[in-house]
Design a protein around this ligand. Structure first.
Ligand SMILES: NC(=O)c1ccc[n+]([C@@H]2O[C@H](COP(=O)([O-])OP(=O)(O)OC[C@H]3O[C@@H](n4cnc5c(N)ncnc54)[C@H](O)[C@@H]3O)[C@@H](O)[C@H]2O)c1
Length: 365
């Protein structure tokens, strides 16, 4: 029996209320026809997945899509290296070859890579078709499936081609996490604890207290952590859909994290692992600026260690290399790196007056 544990609403600005959408969190959802009936009844469906997730869950989803008038499955090769225009072309080719119409629904079954690409393909198809996110990684469940950022990478950089395109619904099925590899799961926890740091001190404390339950992927703990994370992401997206202001706070730890990825080479660490180390550095920067208690850094460090996340860049990553890499980050505005720091636990702010000396002290600490 399916069990719906939480339903949240992403409330976009009143003028665009038609683009507001629900996030359902539960178990047994993706294999249940009642999840799909209201979404697909009488419409064509283009189910997009990858060659890891498709064999695990594709059949169950297809069996539940009984109301669809037509069903096309597109299975892409898994991984960030395939998040490119070639994959978009494959999705669009399949949709056009099978004569789907603008009323057809794209369904993204997979992690953030599949979600970002399916959303972008849907945004492009016949000038814009609907899509549903069915995130199957923890990272996608708490982050990438909510907020409408879609796109692909370009040889010049990550996520450089894309569109804002909000899904019709997000279906988070906790059962899918059972097959997620441990490193991918931990990378998702890095984004979860980020929400506590930037917006919710109580949630941060809860995460610290419940780290063992989270490690064991206990359902109640997971459901709560995902619900709180999605609620915070939904709130931030509703307040600032296109990242003019508060949405930038979601990049806490990411300026450092992107630099670490760039120096260490993509593909070595997962993005979430680099962000985890980046958040320790960003928290230390906040302590240095006198706004954060150093106990928070200790708690974050202990959390990372408990779940198997790094707490610092790999040996050999120099301050100079970090400064250079951060200077060329795409979040640089008007020639200045905009660091997200904590004004206190649970409150992120943008800091523009950070000196190279501050960064050196944080990295060399
Ligand atoms: N749109 C946004 O707002 C946003 C936000 C954050 C990240 N992203 C993007 O998300 C992507 C990263 O997403 P990700 O971490 O989910 O990576 P991913 O989609 O590559 O998934 C990670 C790996 O896990 C596999 N997998 C997925 N679900 C599984 C499951 N249930 N069981 C077993 N294996 C499973 C995938 O096949 C893949 O090999 C990046 O491209 C990033 O740019 C987007």
């Amino acid at each position: 029996m399916p069990e719906l544990l939480h339903t949240l609403q992403v409330d976009l600005a009143a003028a665009t209320a038609d683009r507001s959408y629900p996030i359902q969190i539960g178990r047994g959802l993706i294999a249940d026809t009642s999840t799909w009936q209201p979404l697909v009844e009488g419409r064509g469906v283009i189910l997009v997945t990858d060659d890891h997730v498709g064999p695990l869950y594709g059949e169950a989803v297809q069996a539940a899509l009984t109301g669809a008038s037509q069903l096309t499955e597109v299975v892409l090769p898994a991984g960030e290296s395939h998040k490119d225009m070639t994959s978009i072309q494959k999705i669009l080719d399949a949709a056009l070859a099978e004569k789907h119409e603008r009323g057809s629904l794209f369904v993204a079954l997979g992690g953030g890579v599949v979600g970002d690409m399916t959303g972008f393909a849907a945004a492009c198809f016949l000038r814009g078709a609907d899509f549903v996110q069915v995130p199957t990684t923890l990272l996608a469940q708490v982050d990438s499936s909510v907020g409408g950022k879609t796109g692909v990478n370009h040889a010049m950089g990550k996520n450089l081609i894309g569109a804002f395109h909000q899904p019709q619904q997000v279906v988070v099925d906790l059962d899918t996490l059972a097959t997620l590899p441990a490193r991918e799961y931990a990378a998702g926890l890095a984004e979860v604890i980020k929400y506590g740091l930037i917006r919710d001190a109580e949630f941060f404390a809860w995460l610290i207290d419940n780290v063992e339950a989270l490690k064991r992927r206990e359902e109640a703990a997971l459901a709560f952590a995902i619900e709180r994370s999605c609620a915070i992401k939904a709130f931030v997206v509703a307040a600032d859909e296109r990242e003019g202001g508060v949405r930038a706070h979601l990049n806490f730890g990411h300026t450092f994290g992107h630099a670490i990825e760039r120096i260490q080479g993509y593909g070595d660490w997962l993005h979430g692992e680099a962000v985890a180390a980046g958040m320790v550095l960003a928290s230390r920067l906040s302590v240095l600026r006198g706004t954060l208690d150093s106990e928070v850094v200790d708690q974050l460090t202990a959390f990372n260690q408990a779940v198997g996340l790094p707490v610092a860049p790999q040996a050999g990553v120099t301050t100079q290399a970090m400064l250079e890499a951060m200077g060329s980050d795409k979040k640089v505005s008007g020639g200045k790196v905009r660091y997200i720091v904590l004004a206190q636990l649970g409150e992120a702010v943008v800091a523009e007056n950070v000196t190279d000396g501050d960064i050196a002290r944080v990295i060399d600490a």
